[in-house]
Design a protein around this ligand. Sequence first.
Ligand code: RIB
Length: 346
Amino acid sequence: MIEKGKCPICGKTNQCAITLGEEPSTCWCMTTKVPKDLVSNIPDEFRNISCVCRECVKNYNKKVCVVGSLNVDHVLDVKNFPKPGETIKASKLSTFFGGKGGNQATACSKLGLTTSMLGSVGSDGHGNSYIEHFTNMGVNTNLIHQSNISGQAFIQVDQEGENNIVTIGGANYDLSIQWIDDHLEEILEHDVFLFSLEIPQDLVLYLMEILEKHHKLIILDPAPFANFHVKMLDYTDYITPNNSEYEQIKSYLKPSHHVIVKRGEKGSKYIHNEISINIPPYPVKAIDTVGAGDTFNAAFCFALVFNYTIEDALMTSNIAGAMATTKPGAQTGMPSLQELLRIRYK
Ligand code: RIB
């Protein structure tokens, strides 16, 4: 339940609250203007109960840059995954926009964050449609490189919503250090960076090193683990493995690292020094788990932008990740800020 006097974005009681939905959208003390799109993202039923706080209005100006892959996902619905040597029939073939980076950028933008995508698509129809899709979703595409053939993912989703994925990187691996150097000024305009690893590892390390010197906030989703380099941990503020990645990464972790383990239907866990916090899942009937982890990452990024406590950040991210599993395709079920806030305060 949203409580009177508490900000619906950060949940804290803050001074200088803002009356929502009025034209022009101005703080009751007449000192702060609320961005109109932030106002329109707040569920109607919250108006006159609660106001966005001044701190959240300020944080709303932060810019997020997602650095990662862009794929076309070819998804086969199957009853059960085939065993080695077995041939089975799929009930449906669908095509979606995907790639861990593309999914994360879409989810960030749906949550109202000012989002840019740094990645590479093919100079083909798929690449052009992905850029158009981002434009429709409000994601800045200035940092997208185009060459070669777009990355593709071949995915099976079983009747429980579980998936397995095989990718072919294509243009994702054309992203170069030269591209970073050529766009560095614009890259450094961002405050928060969300990395995943379906792109060249040397580029990730190169960019992280620069960002660390500029004191940028860095979140790393170490997926796929095959592309992980232990040096990345030196630059990362938060690392967000899933269960199996955590098993592979844990021998490299130091107690001082901030680790968020995405545990799927078991929720999530925060580990740092002696602290270990388990946050239970948000229960849903999952029909397609593709992109759930990416949505979790985006919601975690949102929570950091708005200074959530770690418990609240994980709870919110669990909700967002779970919502993403309720519709087919990686991006279809991702919640908008309105949808997320409604569930968060239910
Ligand atoms: O995390 C899910 C994504 O992984 C899919 O969209 C697929 O493209 C692969 O990159």
